[in-house]
Ligand binder design. Structure first.
Ligand code: F6R
Length: 241
C-alpha cells in the first residue's frame, strides 16, 4: 500500500489527478472506475485542466461509475450521472458511449444490477478504481453490513449517509432512500485502487479502514486485502493514522 499525505484538499486533488493521468497516459484505452461526491471534484478539475492544455487524451478511455441514487436520472440535478457530466464528461473528449453509470430510473433492481455487472465484465475489468470514503467507512454505497456484498446490488442508505449527503439537496427528505452500487467484489477486482479522503470528518473512518480489523461493519477495511491500494489524504483525514 502506498500512502500520500498531502497538505490540504487542493494538494490531495493534484496528487490524485496525477495518478489518474499517469494511468491514462500509460494505457490510453484504460478502464477507469469513477466516484462522485465532494472528494473527487478537485481531482476532476485538475484532469480537465490537463486535458485543456493538451496533456491528456480521453478518446479511448472507458469509465464505469460506482453508484447512482435509485429514482434519479440524467434529468435530475442531484443524480450521479448528471454530476459526472457536469464535472468531467462534458469537459473532456470522452465518448459518451464509453461512460457507464447505473441507471437509477430502472425500477427493476435485479435486472439493472445484472446489466451493470455484465457491463463491468464486458469491459474486461477495471484498471484504476477511484474511491471516496463515507464517514461510516462505506465505499461506493456499500454500507456497514453483516457481510460483504459481491456484485452490483440495491442498497438502503443509512441515515448517517443520507444526512451526510443532504448538503447536496434542498432538504433531508429529498435525499433518496435507496441506491444501486457496485459490489465489493467488483471494486476488489480492480487492478489498482485509489482512495482519496479529505477533512477531519473522515479521520476516524480512514483509521478504522486501514488500521482496524477487516470487517463488513467497516466496508473500506476490505481494502487491506487488495495488493495495490494507493491512499491519498490531506493532513486532517490522515491525522489519526
Ligand atoms: C460516491 C460514492 C461514495 C462517496 C462517499 C464520500 O460515488 O461512492 O462512497 O465517495 O460517500 O463522499 P464525499 O466525497 O462527498 O465525502
Amino acid at each position: 500500500m502506498r500512502i500520500y499525505k498531502e497538505k490540504d484538499y487542493e494538494a490531495m486533488s493534484r496528487r490524485a489527478a496525477n495518478i489518474i493521468a499517469a494511468q491514462v497516459m500509460l494505457k490510453p484505452d484504460c478502464v477507469l472506475g469513477l466516484a462522485t461526491g465532494s472528494s473527487p471534484i478537485g481531482a476532476y478539475e485538475c484532469l480537465v485542466g490537463q486535458y485543456r492544455v493538451g496533456d491528456l487524451d480521453f478518446a479511448a478511455v472507458r469509465t464505469v461509475n460506482l453508484d447512482e441514487y435509485k429514482g434519479l436520472g440524467a434529468g435530475d440535478e442531484q443524480s450521479y450521472v448528471n454530476f459526472m457530466n457536469e464535472n468531467l464528461f462534458s469537459k473532456i473528449n470522452i465518448a459518451k458511449e464509453n461512460t457507464n453509470v447505473p441507471n437509477g430510473l430502472n425500477e427493476d433492481a435485479d435486472g439493472e444490477c445484472a446489466r451493470y455487472d455484465e457491463v463491468i465484465a464486458g469491459m474486461g475489468g477495471i484498471d484504476l478504481q477511484l474511491l471516496g470514503i463515507g464517514n461510516n467507512g462505506h465505499i461506493g454505497f456499500n454500507e456497514p453490513a453483516e457481510s460483504f456484498a459481491k456484485g452490483t446490488h440495491e442498497v438502503r442508505l443509512t441515515e448517517n449517509t443520507r444526512e451526510a449527503n443532504a448538503r447536496f439537496f434542498s432538504s433531508l427528505d429529498k435525499v433518496p432512500t435507496a441506491a444501486y452500487t457496485m459490489g465489493i467484489q467488483s471494486i476488489m477486482q480492480a487492478k489498482t485502487i485509489l482512495l482519496i479522503a479529505s477533512g477531519k470528518a473522515k479521520a476516524q473512518a480512514v483509521r478504522d479502514a486501514f488500521c482496524g480489523p477487516i470487517t463488513p461493519q467497516v466496508p473500506a477495511s476490505v481494502l487491506q486485502l487488495h495488493p495495490d491500494v494507493i491512499l491519498v489524504g490531506d493532513e486532517e483525514a490522515l491525522s489519526l493514522m
